[in-house]
Design a binder for this molecule. Structure first.
Ligand code: PLP
Length: 224
């Protein structure tokens, strides 16, 4: 199947699932996760008219998209991977949405860079709903404090929440928890759901699904 076919099929499944859940299909955006994918697959998606992409590493994304961006001014790039404070400058320069804010130090660095450059990518806070020690994201109990810092003190454009459920658990309770947390804080954007569980995520209110392999095929393995 070509990338264009995969995209069309996926969009179909997204629309159907949204409608079945009584939601507006236009309220669910497809973020095509292009990390580690060969350039020709990404170009195929661009040629098919897709414009919203997700990357998990700043340097890899810079290398790929700096050259492509001028040809596609309506491109929307999401950073979906962990962000180190020493990469904040290129991240703010490149991305339109930063989904992985999870600690005060990073929030402060982002606020400083945005003030210095006048570029304000939309921001999401990543929540570690499974409270996994090795995983990025703020634990649910610390969300209130981080959110207050981001919104009230730093004036960051926080629009919503993102989560990656534990790999070995049913995702639904994690999606439900994220939706509940967002609701409690009046946040509208919910980034949740990947190739294996995006339909479940849509039923729980996802407004952005991050889908990689179901769009582009399996990522070439490189030992990671
Ligand atoms: C790689 C990645 C995805 C996409 O995963 P697939 O299973 O290929 O759809 C989604 N979200 C994040 C944060 C990722 O790193």
């Amino acid at each position: 199947m070509t990338v264009a076919d995969s995209l069309a099929r996926l969009q179909d499944r997204i629309d159907k699932t949204a409608i079945e859940a009584g939601r507006d299909p236009g309220a669910v955006a497809l973020v095509a996760v292009s990390k580690k994918q060969p350039l020709e697959r990404v170009e195929a998606a661009l040629h098919a008219g897709h414009r919203r992409f997700g990357e998990n590493r700043v340097q890899e994304a810079e290398a790929r998209w700096t050259g492509l961006r001028p040809a596609y001014p309506d491109l929307i790039l999401h950073l979906i991977g962990p962000l180190q404070t020493n990469k904040v400058k290129p991240a703010v320069a490149l991305f339109d949405v930063i989904e992985s804010i999870d600690r005060p130090k990073l929030a402060r660095a982002l606020a400083r860079e945005m003030a210095a450059t006048d570029k304000r990518p939309r921001c999401l806070i990543q929540v570690n709903t499974g409270e996994e020690p090795q995983k990025a994201g703020v634990v649910p109990a610390d969300l209130d404090t981080l959110l207050m810092l981001c919104r009230d003190e730093l004036d960051l454009p926080i629009e919503g929440l993102m989560c990656i459920p534990p790999i070995d658990e049913a995702p639904a309770p994690h999606f439900a928890l994220l939706a509940d947390l967002a609701d409690r804080h009046g946040l509208k954007t919910l980034s949740m759901g990947m190739s294996g569980d995006f339909e479940t995520a849509i039923r729980h209110g996802a407004t952005q699904v991050r889908v990689g392999s179901a769009v582009f095929g399996e990522r070439p393995t490189d030992g990671q």
